[in-house]
Design a protein around this ligand. Structure first.
Ligand code: GDP
Length: 189
């Protein structure tokens, strides 16, 4: 499938019409710096739809993008940026948890993005618990696989799979455009 249009719709910090307007949503969540913005740009074939390498922890809104005029890509703020103030981290965490538990949004799929070297951190495990608890369909995207050998990637995926109870896992390198087509099909077909 091809993405022919991707446009920014709205940044959300509280209840808003886009949350309930019946356009299907696909949400992306991950720790700050896992490459979420880079993945979004690779998925939609844009250099700058999501801002890469922005000061981590700076994005404080839930950004809605309209894909092919028929689906929302929901970019949740990056969480757990160590250098952000505690207040800021709490604020972002609250916003993510609100979207997933209290906003009324029922995303078709939530993609939890990990950095292959970091694997499943405590933050990610918390996120998995919320996704399961809320019965949100989800996949895991293991990004930055260009940073490890194939063997090391396979080992990391095995560990993540075991910790995540056999969740559906996709490997990717946003930097080298690897694994992107399969993820695009899975999320937007
Ligand atoms: P975000 O904070 O999760 O949105 O992450 P960004 O997309 O801003 O990326 C954070 C940093 O990781 C940037 O320096 C990117 O260039 C880099 N990066 C993103 N994806 C990859 C990847 O697949 N491989 C490598 N080696 N670096 C990546």
């Amino acid at each position: 499938m091809k993405i022919t249009s991707a446009t920014f719709v709205q940044g959300v910090v509280a209840d808003a019409d886009v949350l309930h307007d019946d356009v299907p949503q696909v949400a992306l969540v991950g720790r700050s710096n896992v490459g979420k913005s880079s993945l979004i740009n690779a998925l939609v074939g844009s250099k700058s739809l999501a801002k890469v390498g922005k000061k981590p922890g700076k994005t404080t809104e839930i950004n809605f993008f309209l894909i092919n005029k028929k689906q929302y890509l929901v970019d949740l703020p990056g969480y757990g940026f160590a250098e952000a103030s505690l207040a800021m981290r709490e604020e972002l965490k609250k916003l993510i948890i609100w979207y997933l538990t209290a906003s009324g949004a029922r995303p078709q799929t939530v993609a939890l993005i990990l950095d292959v070297k970091a694997g499943l951190t405590r933050f990610d495990e918390d996120m998995l618990l919320i996704l399961k608890d809320q019965k949100h369909p989800f996949i895991i995207i293991v990004n930055k696989i260009d940073k490890l050998s194939q063997k090391e990637v396979a080992e990391q995926v095995r560990v993540i799979q075991a910790k995540a109870d056999g969740a559906e896992i996709f490997c990717a390198s946003a930097a080298e455009r690897e694994g992107i087509d399969a993820i695009r099909e899975r999320l937007f077909a």
